[in-house]
Ligand binder design. Structure first.
Ligand SMILES: NC(=O)c1ccc[n+]([C@@H]2O[C@H](COP(=O)([O-])OP(=O)(O)OC[C@H]3O[C@@H](n4cnc5c(N)ncnc54)[C@H](O)[C@@H]3O)[C@@H](O)[C@H]2O)c1
Length: 254
């Protein structure tokens, strides 16, 4: 038996980066994973690798989120109750307040904040039916400190922290825990994609690592360890927390 045997978990944004890595770790520890992503090909690819069920889901569209939860309920009849929800889907845009277009602002807030709202709104009743569960959202160091040129992303991640605390309080009595893992730059996903657009990606990565107290980037393993801990029964009395996985970065500024 492993920590998540006989359970179903949903991971949004599981087609890439941290979500893909976390889906793999959850599956390796026994869960049947609903691999949800707006990118259908990516969802199919990762679901095939982890032995899960793909779900082509845009987290900003309520009907698609309802369908994703229905997929998890259907999987539960064969694989056990829905116990885990990981909210990893997100986008970012590089712009300050004065430069950020209305469309970019709306897109980031929709995916990063409305998406988790819709996913929790529709998954929580399924978790209540299953007598409880654990939700972990991928936040960011940029949900705790401000960063010039990331206005929409920072606002979305600050809002996400508060939304998760809200759900944690509202549903504690239902046996549902909600926590946020807040990584700094990692060696995968959005950060690597963003730095690839720079003339010298390695120089940016070295500079960002050098600004971190531990002088390096986070690995996806380190982020996944924190997520799986919070999903697991080992964190049974922890809810409403924001856990930094950032090499000490946020501590320096708060
Ligand atoms: N990579 C990092 O360095 C880093 C650092 C801090 C926080 N984070 C957070 O970790 C999480 C995962 O980021 P990542 O770096 O793995 O990014 P990523 O770009 O590799 O993966 C994000 C996934 O979300 C999917 N997605 C985008 N919009 C969607 C939508 N509307 N509906 C469903 N899926 C959608 C994408 O298709 C993609 O597969 C995000 O919440 C991000 O903010 C990442």
């Amino acid at each position: 038996m492993t920590r998540f045997s006989g359970q179903v978990g949903i991971v949004t944004g599981a087609g890439s980066g941290l979500g893909e890595f976390i889906a793999g770790r959850l599956a390796a520890e026994g869960a049947h994973v609903v691999v949800a992503d707006v990118d259908g090909e990516a969802a199919e690819r990762v679901a095939a690798v982890v032995g899960g069920t793909p779900s082509v889901t845009d987290v900003t569209i309520a009907d698609e989120v309802v369908e994703m939860v229905a997929t998890a309920r259907a999987a539960a009849t064969a694989h056990g109750p829905l116990r885990s929800l990981v909210l990893s889907a997100a986008v970012e845009t590089r712009a300050g307040v004065a430069d950020c277009t209305d469309d970019d602002w709306q897109r980031v807030i929709d995916v990063n904040l409305k998406g988790p709202f819709l996913c929790m709104k529709h998954a929580v009743p399924a978790m209540i039916d299953a007598s409880g569960g654990s939700i972990v959202a991928l936040g960011s160091t940029l949900g705790q400190i401000t960063q010039p040129q990331y206005a929409a992303y920072c606002a979305s991640k600050f809002g996400l922290n508060n939304l998760c605390k809200q759900v944690a309080i509202e549903h504690a009595k239902d046996g549902i825990r909600v926590n946020v893992v807040a990584p700094s730059a990692t060696t995968t996903g959005l950060f690597m994609k963003l730095t690839e657009q720079a003339p010298d990606p390695e120089a940016i990565r070295t500079m960002v690592a050098g600004n971190t107290p531990m002088q390096r980037l986070a690995s996806p393993e380190e982020v996944a360890e924190a997520v799986l801990f919070l999903l697991s029964d080992a964190a049974s009395y922890t809810s409403g927390a924001v856990l930094p996985v950032d090499g000490g970065l946020a501590a320096r500024r708060t």
